[in-house]
Design a protein around this ligand. Structure first.
Ligand SMILES: Nc1nc2c(ncn2[C@@H]2O[C@H](COP(=O)(O)OP(=O)(O)O)[C@@H](O)[C@H]2O)c(=O)[nH]1
Ligand SMILES: [Mg+2]
Length: 258
């Protein structure tokens, strides 16, 4: 049982990725548990097998404590501490090859506060787990946005302490020139001094040093599309490298189910 924690800013495509990645895995004869971990989710493009909304009700929390949606989300996630053992039992009893957890977009949950990672640690204890961090490719058409979003992925890495695979979502919305530019921004080819000229930024050493450090730490960034299923093979391969050093899952631990 491997855990994929899908994280990233609101609207980056987490719920959509959960759906298409689950289909991809199922098409490749692996069974999947889809977990909705977002108490505020309204519409989901998939039918969750386990759903935190069965345990907590964000609307009730909003009216009971007079909180806005953001505050209520944080309070609701805190309340999940009381239910996490039941949620874990529900997931474990399904005994699927993969568990995909569709996280809320608020970075308070995965990057800034402790409780989100504590809940995920509890769920994934004794299992291999990786974070799939999503970045909306449309937002990284300029280098400064790319660096800023990579810093968010680093914050998530610091908090979640799980190996991370980064995917650029929605590349079908880019022209092929834009897609090559985005790929170039995330590659070795990119020179940090471009940042200063492209943004007309008042060049500070801090930004240059940050950029060089981020570049140094830059993991593989995979362009994907939920429309064409582009990049799903590469995501699977990257996750395999994380989970089993490149061995195919099915050769490592045959599924009891399929
Ligand atoms: N064109 C396109 N739209 C996408 C893709 N992935 C997600 N979307 C759209 O982006 C919006 C936000 O996606 P969603 O999965 O709800 O994001 P979340 O808030 O991170 O869960 C929705 O309207 C999706 O249909 C993609 O690969 N291509
Ligand atoms: Mg979502």
């Amino acid at each position: 049982m491997y855990y994929i924690i899908v994280a990233g800013p609101a609207g980056s495509g987490k719920s959509t990725m959960t759906n298409v990645l689950a289909h991809w895995l199922e098409d490749h004869e692996m069974s999947v548990t889809k977990v909705n971990f977002d108490p505020a989710a309204d519409y989901l493009p998939y039918n969750p097998d386990v759903d935190v909304r069965d345990y907590v009700n964000i609307k009730e929390v909003m009216s009971k404590y007079g909180l806005g949606p953001n505050g209520a989300l944080i309070a609701t996630i805190d309340m999940l501490v009381n239910h996490i053992a039941d949620i874990k039992n529900e997931i474990e009893s399904l005994n699927d090859n993969y568990v995909i957890i569709d996280m809320p977009g608020q970075l308070e949950i995965v990057a800034f506060r402790r409780v989100g990672p504590l809940l995920i640690d509890y769920l994934t204890e004794g299992r291999k787990a990786a974070t799939l961090f999503l970045i909306d490719s449309y937002l990284v058409l300029n280098a400064m946005s790319a660096i800023s979003l990579l810093l968010l992925s680093l914050s998530t890495l610091l908090r979640m302490k799980k190996p991370q695979v980064i995917a650029l979502t929605k590349v079908d919305l880019l022209t092929s020139e834009q897609e090559s530019e985005v790929v170039r921004i995330f590659s070795e080819e990119f020179s940090c001094s471009e940042l200063l000229s492209s943004e007309g930024f008042v060049g500070t050493e801090l930004i240059m040093n940050l950029c060089e450090d981020v570049k140094e730490l830059l993991p593989e960034v995979i362009p994907t599309s939920a429309v064409s299923n582009k990049g799903l093979d590469e995501i699977y391969a990257a996750l395999q490298r994380v989970f089993s050093g490149g061995e195919d899952y099915l050769t490592e631990e045959p599924s009891g189910k399929l």
